[in-house]
Design a binder for this molecule. Sequence first.
Ligand SMILES: [Zn+2]
Ligand SMILES: [Zn+2]
Length: 219
Amino acid sequence: MKIDLHVHSKEISNCGRLSIEEIIDLYTKAEYDAIVLTNHFNSETAAILRERGINDFHKAFFDCLDQAAAIGKEKGLLILPGHELRFDCHPKNDYLVFGMTPGHCRDWQKICAMTEKEFSEFAAAEGILFYQAHPFRNGMKIVPPEYLFGIEIKNTHPRHDSRNEIAAAWAEKYQLHKIAGSDCHQTQDVATSAILTDHTVATIQDLVHILKNDLYTIL
Ligand SMILES: [Zn+2]
Ligand SMILES: [Zn+2]
């Protein structure tokens, strides 16, 4: 299966230019089997949605995922839930999170108020995978490797230099799990990266299993 682990849609991500319908259409044409919708999950995004009259950030976030999953099912593209999380204490760093359920983050303010260390402990206890996204982009600060399950070693966002070769070397040095993603925000970003797996992924639990056990290669 060909899966993009890092995709944004405009309903939630203010920087996103593509609707879930457009994303599903483009990724289906690109012959992907699945994508993880990793919309921004942070206080700033919640505040922007509030300005647009959307007061329940948690509901809007998961409604978007549910709608995408339903449209994807119709079109033959599996849509899995993810988060690109940001903590209030480090408002420039981004983290990709897989396996965080609506129940885990119902109190989203509490999640965003955590430190990386606190979230790392929470994630480990709950079976949630915690990766730092594009850790060597300008303005980012790499967090201590012991807090992370892994890092994104290939991020193909064309309007940023993610210094992927440094990220790959860092992951190697600290034996962190490695992931890749397009960080898709607009049409030119679609389908620029993927992971490939021989295993069947039908649910987010299946994805967590293959990520946890490194049962994939990076394209
Ligand atoms: Zn973004
Ligand atoms: Zn992103």
